[in-house]
Design a protein around this ligand. Structure first.
Ligand code: FCB
Length: 444
């Protein structure tokens, strides 16, 4: 059997190991009085999601949260990164709260504390209430106010007990993937909508941090995703294309939050489409945070497309071994981003790896689920984290995506990222070999 090669003692004192999930991907949105979200509408539209699957039932975590928390505790994790569903707490997005929704997160946080697990909350992991999407969603500047109000409501209830909190998961996915590529809800392919979403998502982030500070909370962060862009060949045009990709993927959001500005090479494309007055929002956007979260999975190969409008590029396949997502496995990219962020943005802030993991075609075999590729993936990426720490980067923790197999958005239920296997007919949970290997390494 493969095993994990690290020991806790190889990481600094207090280093946090955790597992991550998100609300819509696991809870079962049909239960408990949650309101409709743009993911429900997106999934109900043919061609958007594999088999038109949605999060109505998901892993039924809404009813099984206690035994799911036991799985986190029994693996030896210190922390659990979960998210709160805006539409569960505020079915209309604004106005009257759903008491059942507030009670659910209250019990969940208490359940973590009873098990000695530190709650790491994300306020928004993509299930925008449909009534707010009807008003333009992330294209509407008012979303910053709506989100600040939701922040005050949910954190007014659980903020006294969460260990750490971040407003928004992966602003690149909220902005670019959902409004430019059209691959996530609301499924737009529109550069003007993209520019607005790319800005409003940061404005909402800043307002949410301010709302949590006003409640007296600390240990607040920003969680962003990163991909390592290789030029597809040796030409100067490919180098330029990779640089542009790096700009709107990796530099835009960090620059907003830590440098009070956007990269010029991205403004070259988005500038004409930005909302009026965007230049005046950076004092809010750059409201100080206490830590940074890095979500990292893969690298991409970027080729120039001068025949196309800005950003004049396309992704092409690469040569490295791939996961079930068709994502190349490139642990050096994680080391790159940890060291680059620390050096380039010079914030001195602790950095958590808030997501890292892989999908594989895991199957139950005589009651066990062998997943040796995931164990290898974790070994190589934890090795990259150790190298970054040795290079002086203050990495404070590492969260695995994901605790259990779940709703992988547009790819439905067939991409299995879990340490725990879920049978989506019976909903039975079976810890995979990687879960057992982690329990052994973390509890040693
Ligand atoms: C990240 C998302 C998470 C999951 C993983 C595979 O971008 O935050 O919800 O889909 O990718």
């Amino acid at each position: 059997m493969s095993s994990l090669t690290f020991a806790r003692s190889a990481f600094p004192d207090g280093f946090t190991f955790g597992a991550a999930t998100s609300a819509y991907q696991i809870e079962g949105h049909a239960h408990g009085g949650a309101g409709p979200t743009h993911w429900d509408s997106f999934a109900a539209t043919p061609g958007n999601v594999v088999r038109a699957e949605d999060g109505a039932r998901a892993c039924d975590h809404y009813h099984r949260w206690e035994s799911d928390l036991d799985l986190i505790r029994d693996a030896g994790f210190d922390s659990y990164r979960f998210s709160t569903s805006w539409a569960r707490v505020l079915p209309e997005g604004r106005g009257a709260p759903n008491p059942e929704g507030l009670d659910f997160y209250d019990r969940l946080v208490d359940g973590m504390l009873e098990r000695g697990i530190k709650p790491f909350a994300t306020l928004y992991h993509w299930e925008l209430p449909q009534p707010l999407a009807d008003l333009g969603g992330w294209r509407n500047r008012d979303i910053a106010d709506w989100f600040a109000d939701f922040t005050t409501l949910i954190m007014g209830r659980i903020g006294d007990r969460v260990h750490a909190a971040a407003p928004i998961n992966e602003p690149w996915c909220v902005g670019w993937l959902s409004h430019f590529m059209g691959l996530h809800a609301p499924g737009l392919r529109d550069i003007r909508a993209t520019a607005r979403a790319m800005h409003h998502v940061l404005l909402a982030h800043g307002r949410s941090i301010q709302a949590m500070r006003a409640l007296g909370m600390d240990n607040l962060g920003a969680v962003m995703n990163f991909e390592y862009p290789f030029p597809a060949d040796d030409s100067p045009e490919a180098a330029q294309a990779a640089r542009t990709y790096d700009g709107y993927y990796n530099r835009w959001f960090l620059s907003g939050v830590l440098k009070k500005g956007y990269p010029a090479d991205v403004l070259a494309g988005l500038g004409p489409h930005m909302p009026t007055g965007w230049q005046d929002d950076f004092d809010t956007i750059a409201t100080p945070v206490d830590w940074l979260g890095v979500n990292y999975y893969t690298c991409k190969r970027i080729a120039p497309r001068p025949d196309q409008p800005w950003p004049h590029l396309e992704e092409v396949p690469g040569p490295l071994p791939k996961t079930a997502m068709d994502w190349e496995i490139y642990p050096d990219g994680l080391h790159h981003f940890l060291t680059w962020i620390h050096r380039e943005f010079d914030s001195g802030l602790p950095i958590y790896v808030t997501e890292n993991g892989m999908a594989s075609y895991d199957e139950l075999q005589d009651g066990a689920v062998p997943d040796p590729a995931r164990i290898d993936y974790l070994n190589s990426h934890l090795g990259a984290v150790q190298r970054a720490i040795a290079d002086g980067v203050p990495v404070a923790g590492y969260f695995i995506w994901s605790l259990m197999d779940n709703y992988e958005w547009a790819l439905g239920y067939e991409k299995r990222f879990g340490l725990v296997h879920v049978d989506f007919d019976t909903l039975e949970r079976t810890p995979k070999a990687s879960w057992h290997a982690l329990a052994k390494a973390l509890r040693a």
